[in-house]
Design a binder for this molecule. Structure first.
Ligand SMILES: [Zn+2]
Length: 388
């Protein structure tokens, strides 16, 4: 989930909006406008819309505070937080590192719901202080906004504490199971399985509600259940992949068939003899056996065609200093993190100044697929026959 609109930074964390957030913001404004019109017939049109828009904006602020609580606790416990994005279904904090201990997992996860609960009860308390009667509809714009924010934040905290991975409740549960079993992978599997059961119950309950006349409300529950089911499956798959990759080194999965070119060659010659003939997308540039940079079709494209004859590969390449490199001993999981953090798809593998190979995501995916097919051969495969 990438944000389309950047709003600024808090404690180094980029705050942004995804376009889908506007859909939910518009829905909130219009349904609230309708609600205020019905319960406060004496309100003028401007009062109704001021209250609705103010509520939507403040709801956005409280959602952000929920996410910030996750992120700031994560930062305080030594994890790197990249960004917070608000989208149609809420907010998401991009915490770059996974929690390395059960306590961190627990506190990072529970910080959000705690913040929402405090905000929720705080809003209700202020509304009571301003004369709102608990049994009655709030009559002023300020109390109406506060009461709605109060209930929605308490609702947010309760919903997020559903013990389904990857909701906050699922992570809290994972932290607890982790503390008990001392096994990070197992705790994710258990939390994800429970998440699937919870999601299934949501779907069943939603269908039952739908047929007993709840209509859209029932379908909404089914939709939430379906979303949770998907997310739980994805986290389960994630932990399987992580477990498979743990301990694996870059040297085991890197490609060796990397084409090297001399740095003094002209771009024209490089294009004619290498780029157009080999079909490769990445070439290592060497100087007396030492890697000095990488050149890709994109780097060539950045130079105007009429200058290809007088530009050398060295001038067009990305020099080694600007590249993120790994060694053959680097853990595959660390290499993947480096790629994700820097938005690149491949990393040169370098040892003692010399290029050993390339590590790429696509190759890793192919390798994992090949391995999983070996483990679960599909039934329609032709029987393997011995060839001499
Ligand atoms: Zn949360």
């Amino acid at each position: 989930m990438r944000s389309n609109i950047k709003l600024g930074r808090v404690s180094g964390i980029e705050i942004g909006l995804h376009y889908s957030w506007f859909i939910i913001a518009a829905l909130i404004v219009f349904s609230l406008g309708e609600h205020f019109r019905q319960v406060n017939p004496n309100w003028g049109t401007s009062q109704i819309w001021i209250a609705a828009v103010l509520t939507a904006i403040l709801f956005f602020v409280t959602l952000l505070l929920h996410e910030l609580s996750h992120s700031l606790v994560a930062q305080a416990r030594g994890l790197k937080v990249k960004s917070i994005t608000l989208f149609a279904l809420g907010g998401v904090s991009q915490i770059e590192d996974d929690a390395t201990d059960a306590k961190t997992e627990f506190w990072v996860a529970i910080a959000g719901p705690i913040a929402s609960l405090i905000i929720g009860f705080g809003c209700l308390a202020i509304a009571l202080g301003l004369g709102w009667q608990r049994s009655a509809e709030p009559r002023t714009v300020v109390t109406a906004v506060l009461v709605w924010l109060g209930y929605i934040n308490i609702g947010l905290a309760v919903f997020n504490m559903i013990p389904g991975f990857p909701l906050d409740g699922g992570r809290v549960l994972r932290g607890i199971v982790w503390a008990v079993t001392k096994d990070a992978d197992r705790s994710t599997r258990i939390a994800a399985r429970i998440g699937q059961v919870v999601a299934f119950l949501f779907i069943l309950y939603g269908i039952w509600e739908f047929f007993s006349g709840a209509g859209f409300g029932g379908l909404w529950l089914v939709f939430i259940g379906w979303f949770l089911m998907d997310a739980a499956k994805a986290s389960y798959a994630q932990v399987e992949i992580t477990a498979a990759l743990r301990g694996m080194r870059v040297s085991e999965v890197m490609s060796h068939d990397c084409v090297t070119v001399n740095r003094g060659m002209s771009l024209q010659e490089f294009v004619d003899t290498y780029l157009l003939r080999t079909g490769q997308r990445c070439f290592a540039v060497e100087d007396h056996g030492r890697l000095v940079g990488l050149i890709t079709p994109r780097d060539v494209g950045a130079i105007p065609r009429e200058r290809w004859g007088v530009t050398t590969v060295r001038e067009a390449m990305r020099p080694l200093e600007e590249l993120h490199i790994v060694t053959p001993d680097t853990q595959v999981l660390d290499a993947l993190k480096l790629m994700a953090g820097n938005d690149v798809n491949q990393l040169p593998v370098v040892a003692n100044g010399a290029l050993q190979g390339m590590f790429s995501r696509s190759q890793l995916v192919q390798l994992l697929q090949a391995r999983s097919e070996l483990q679960h051969p599909a039934a329609h495969y032709p029987p393997i026959t011995a060839h001499g």
